[in-house]
Each structure stands twice: as structure tokens, then as C-alpha cells.
Design a protein around this ligand. Structure first.
Ligand SMILES: NC(=O)c1ccc[n+]([C@@H]2O[C@H](COP(=O)([O-])OP(=O)(O)OC[C@H]3O[C@@H](n4cnc5c(N)ncnc54)[C@H](O)[C@@H]3O)[C@@H](O)[C@H]2O)c1
Length: 281
């Protein structure tokens, strides 16, 4: 029985996952490495809940109850109290494997450790633990409170029980689970990220301005958002990490990250989260 969900990383995804879990009745323990990051995460939840109140999707009382269900902590040892973990730290393999080793030592033996990674092999993250059958990918979409999809990715040794419990949790969070196997980028980023990378190449080569590229995809292909605006929303550092995983994982030059994407990341222009990417915010 899952009562408390532990979320590691209070960034845009972690805050969203914490919010959705709390909105659906779970107690949430939210962890990050600095107070300022926890505060920023809780502000994000506050803002998102306020906008749901404004749209009359929830009441002021529901907002209050949801906020009360989320507790923050800097101490990962407190995860000995949680029943299910969703990890949402930055997209960095050694950071995630270290963290899973730690969580394995801290969490109760029944606890499933899920990762929200966009592209890092679940099997590799699982092998950093002694419970690889209880490790799984639970890939939420951004913004978490609004997007229905959760991609569920089984690692090589993920058990049926772990899969069933995770799928059930996704349904309890009012999401629609879709299953993918553990190949680089899974389904979502195998298809999305090369499109975004190609849009950056089109900008790099001067085929069109950022606005023109996004307008073509919005007006011509009926995408709700252009690929460059979407890259800014996802975070250009995350986009680059995912392209690097696809490139390394498949060894195919068609996945090479665009040099312009690398330049933006080197310059610290990461999109919305830093106020500037392909657009200014
Ligand atoms: N941004 C997206 O659109 C998107 C979509 C789906 C999945 N993801 C995945 O979700 C994960 C998080 O992405 P994000 O966009 O929320 O990133 P983000 O940069 O907004 O947040 C990451 C958070 O992790 C924290 N963190 C770093 N190291 C930590 C540690 N050791 N312990 C605890 N917290 C730590 C950071 O301080 C930061 O607050 C990544 O794996 C990413 O690939 C992102």
C-alpha cells in the first residue's frame, strides 16, 4: 500500500510530480540539495495550484490541503519512511547511479525506485542497486500537472509486480500509462529529440529564424508548440544530454547534437529556467 511518495529533485519535473501525487491524496516527501531549490520547487507548486484555482479546476481549500501534504527535506536519510520513490534530479548518469545506490541502502526493502530519466538506460540505473527487479522508468511529461502521458519503461530485470504497481500508481495519479522497452530515448525522446535537434540545425544553417521554424511546425503540422519553444521549455541542457545518450547508445551519426545546441548550453542559456534560450522570457 503506497501512502508516502518520495520525490528526489525539486526542479520543474520533481515539483510537478510532487504536486500531482499530493493532489491525488498521497503524502509527499520532496528532497533537493539546497533550501533555495526546495523553496523554488514549492513556489512552482503554489503557482500551478493557484492557476488551477483561477480556472476553477480545484477549490482554494483543495489547494491548501494539497500544499499541506508536501513536506520538504534536505536529508535523503528520511527516505527510510517512504513507500515509493520517483527520482527527478538532473539528467546525469553518474549522479543518478550514485543516488540509486544510496536510496537502495536507505529505503525499505519493499520500496520501488522509479526514475523520471528522459533517456538514461533503466537497466544501468537498476544495476547500481541490489533490487534491480524493483527499479523502473516512470517518465512524466512536462508540465506534469497538465500532461496525461506517463511512459513506463521496464529495465532488463524489472519484475511484473514492479511494473503492475507502477502502472497502478500512474492511474491513481490520473495519468495514462504507455509501456516502452529500455532502448535509448525510449519511445518519446527517440522521436521528439531528433526533431528538436533538426530544428536547431535548421536555425544554425540559417534555413529560417526561430520564429519561422516554430511557425512552420505550429501552423503547418498542427503542433501546439514549435520545437524551439518546446526545447526552451524542456531545458536546453536536458535536450543536449538526451541527444548525447541517443548518439552514444545507437552509435549512429544521425543523432549527433547540433553544435549550436552545445553553444547555448556552454553559454548557460538553458531556456525558460534561466530566462533565455532560443527566446527570451
Ligand atoms: N524538463 C523536461 O521537460 C523533462 C521531461 C521529462 C523528464 N525529464 C527528466 O526529469 C529529470 C529532471 O529534469 P528537470 O527538468 O526537472 O530538471 P531541473 O534542472 O529543473 O531540476 C533538477 C533538480 O534536481 C536537483 N538535484 C541535483 N542533484 C541532486 C541530488 N543529488 N539530490 C537531490 N536533488 C538534486 C537540482 O538541484 C534541481 O532542483 C531529468 O532526468 C530529466 O531528463 C525532464
Amino acid at each position: 500500500m503506497i501512502h508516502t511518495v518520495g520525490v528526489v529533485g525539486a526542479g520543474q519535473m520533481g515539483a510537478g510530480i510532487a504536486q500531482v501525487a499530493a493532489m491525488n491524496g498521497f503524502s509527499v516527501l520532496l528532497n533537493d540539495v539546497e533550501d533555495a531549490f526546495l523553496e523554488r520547487g514549492m513556489k512552482r507548486v503554489e503557482k500551478s495550484l493557484s492557476s488551477l484555482v483561477k480556472k476553477e479546476r480545484i477549490t482554494e481549500e483543495q489547494k491548501k490541503i494539497t500544499l499541506e501534504r508536501i513536506r520538504t527535506t534536505l536529508d535523503i536519510q528520511e527516505f527510510s519512511q517512504v513507500d515509493f520513490v520517483v527520482e527527478a534530479v538532473i539528467e546525469n548518469e553518474s549522479l543518478k547511479t550514485d543516488l540509486f545506490g544510496q536510496l537502495d541502502a536507505i529505503c525499505g526493502s519493499h520500496v520501488i525506485l522509479a526514475t523520471n530519466t528522459s533517456s538514461i538506460p533503466i537497466t544501468r540505473i537498476a544495476s547500481a542497486t541490489q533490487r534491480s527487479d524493483q527499479v523502473i522508468g516512470m517518465h512524466f511529461m512536462n508540465p506534469v500537472p497538465l500532461m496525461k502521458l506517463v511512459e513506463i519503461i521496464r529495465g532488463f530485470t524489472t519484475s511484473d509486480e514492479t511494473f503492475d504497481t507502477t502502472r497502478e500508481l500512474a492511474l491513481q495519479l490520473q495519468k495514462t500509462p504507455v509501456t516502452a522497452n529500455d532502448f535509448p530515448g525510449f519511445i518519446s525522446n527517440r522521436i521528439l529529440m531528433p526533431m528538436i535537434n533538426e530544428a536547431v540545425f535548421a536555425l544554425y544553417e540559417g534555413v529560417g529564424t526561430a520564429e519561422a521554424i516554430d511557425d512552420v511546425m505550429k501552423l503547418g503540422m498542427n503542433h501546439p508548440m514549435g520545437p524551439l519553444a518546446l526545447a526552451d521549455l524542456i531545458g536546453l541542457d536536458t535536450c543536449l544530454s538526451i541527444m548525447e545518450v541517443l548518439h552514444a547508445g545507437f552509435g549512429d551519426p544521425k543523432y549527433r547534437p547540433c553544435p549550436l545546441l552545445k553553444k547555448y548550453v556552454e553559454a548557460g542559456l538553458l531556456g525558460r529556467k534561466t530566462g533565455k534560450g532560443f527566446y527570451s522570457y
